[in-house]
Design a protein around this ligand. Structure first.
Ligand SMILES: [Mn+2]
Length: 247
């Protein structure tokens, strides 16, 4: 069987849906590689199980804002917030192995035909790999903040004022647009971008980008894109695990 890259949207601890999705993709660990878009953990019911499974399957994700929150909380740099479901990971016997595995993941993966990033790429980054190289996930940095958090921005990469925007892409404030409005594959060796982080926008498939956050943790679905087959596979959430919020 041909080696396949299976990109997976925001899992957020939805371990059962992940297992079902892998069955539906007929995932073969001997040949296929899993590339989650980040936000492996938090808000959902089984972050610990999801992390153990992904590590065991040698998944190669990128870091999302919730993954950073886990690492920074474990390091004592942040505190748990309302809605966090990270206690099981933080208290697990294999916590250190799991956290080391998460911390070893990059902010960006570069393929011949694709970039993988959690939220998006800055309009001014001619070389995203250079912009995101060598950044410590425990430290805040403008580049990693952008890559793990952007939804709307302007042509210079500035975020809109928080008061001006909800999570809906439908009516961005004047001068702002979804980050991918500024992304042209022609400027990046004809690479498209696979991303997540924007459940309210849902599945996105354009010439330039593929957005895979279909909001499993909010009661939507968990979605994979099998690159070599140009195919979307999706499984419904078993239930609504959390009430919607902005992240
Ligand atoms: Mn996110």
């Amino acid at each position: 069987m041909t080696a396949r890259r299976i990109f997976i949207g925001d899992i957020q601890g939805c371990r059962e849906e992940l297992e079902t999705l892998l069955e539906r993709c007929r995932f073969d660990p001997a040949t296929d590689v899993l590339h989650p878009v980040g936000d492996l953990v938090n808000r959902g019911p089984d972050s610990l199980g999801a992390l153990r499974l992904l590590r065991e399957l040698d998944a190669r994700p990128v870091l999302g804002n919730h993954d950073l929150h886990l690492l920074r909380t474990a390091a004592g740099r942040r505190s748990l917030a309302a809605g966090d479901t990270l206690d099981e990971v933080l208290g697990a016997d294999d916590r250190d192995e799991l956290l080391d595995w998460v911390a070893a993941q990059p902010f960006l993966r570069v393929f011949d035909d694709l970039y993988l990033v959690h939220a998006g790429l800055h309009p001014r980054w001619s070389d995203p790999a250079a912009a995101l190289a060598g950044l410590d996930p425990l430290e805040r940095h403008p580049a990693s903040d952008f890559a793990t958090r952007v939804r709307l921005c302007d042509a210079d990469g500035a975020f809109p004022p928080p008061a001006a925007v909800g999570s809906s892409p439908a009516e961005p404030p004047a001068g702002f647009a979804p980050w991918d409005a500024y992304f042209r594959p022609a400027d990046h060796g004809e690479r498209r971008v696979v991303f997540g982080h924007w459940a309210a926008r849902g599945l996105v498939r354009t010439e330039a980008v593929i957005g895979l956050d279909t909001g499993c943790v909010w009661g939507g679905s968990l979605t994979a894109w099998i690159a070599e087959e140009r195919r979307i596979v999706s499984v419904p959430a078993r239930r609504q695990w959390q009430q919607p919020d902005r992240d």
